[in-house]
Design a protein around this ligand. Structure first.
Ligand SMILES: [Zn+2]
Length: 218
């Protein structure tokens, strides 16, 4: 659920992953494609079904897709480029988070009732997608901390998907939109907080590289 919950295991310092580098990259591509596709699916379904919890859940897929993208394209580059990529990721997620809060307020004011069956089905598809990605990456995680990180990351993603399904159930049972507004607002706020942390960290890294660039040695 948090913006940076799913950092992929790096091939460096992981013997099995570096031994299988082409396979590892193909799996990162698959994880990137699944996460990016699910981001699109949840945004489209969220707009179509007028569900802000679906919109908010899509932010995790966007953040995870960005992480896999960074692993594929930017990880080997200089710190400055990695920091710029993080800054772009954080700013994009912050913009989406603010937009979702705005949509939530608008739906709350106009008393929108989202399409509960669509929310439930898409939440379930999202849960399956997260489990599929976890299964793909599982064999590239070694050591206790890596095992813990795949578990924590998948658990957080699944909590988000379950929250959407729970909101769907609430909307279905009550016939009002408030379960969706509440879940959507909490998830968007958590994503905004995560985005803020990413931006702050990236800015600190950029300041650090800026002082290096101006040092006479370089
Ligand atoms: Zn995630």
């Amino acid at each position: 659920m948090s913006a940076a919950c799913c950092p992929p295991p790096g091939p460096n310092g992981n013997d099995r992953a570096s031994a299988n580098a082409p396979i590892y990259r193909r799996i990162l591509w698959a994880a990137l494609a699944i996460n990016f596709a699910m981001f699109g699916v949840e945004i489209a379904a969220g707009i179509g079904a007028r569900s802000v919890s679906l919109l908010a859940d899509s932010l995790d897929f966007l953040g995870d897709a960005a992480n896999y993208g960074v692993s594929l394209f930017v990880l080997g580059m200089a710190l400055q480029w990695r920091a710029r990529a993080s800054l772009l990721k954080g700013a994009t997620m912050a913009a989406f988070g603010l937009w979702i809060l705005f949509v939530t307020a608008r739906h709350a004011l106009s008393g929108t009732v989202p399409d509960a069956p669509v929310m439930g089905v898409v939440g379930m598809v999202a849960l399956l997608a997260n489990c599929a990605v976890a299964a793909l990456l599982y064999r590239f995680r070694e050591g206790d901390s890596n095992m813990a990180s795949v578990w924590i990351c998948t658990r957080n993603d699944v909590i988000g998907n379950l929250a959407v399904m729970l909101a769907a159930l609430g909307v279905f049972g009550t016939g009002i939109g408030w379960p969706d507004f509440a879940v959507g607002a909490i998830m968007a706020a958590l994503a905004l907080y995560g985005a803020w942390q990413i931006v702050r960290h990236a800015m600190a890294e950029l300041r650090q590289t800026a002082t290096h660039v101006h040092a006479p040695a370089e």
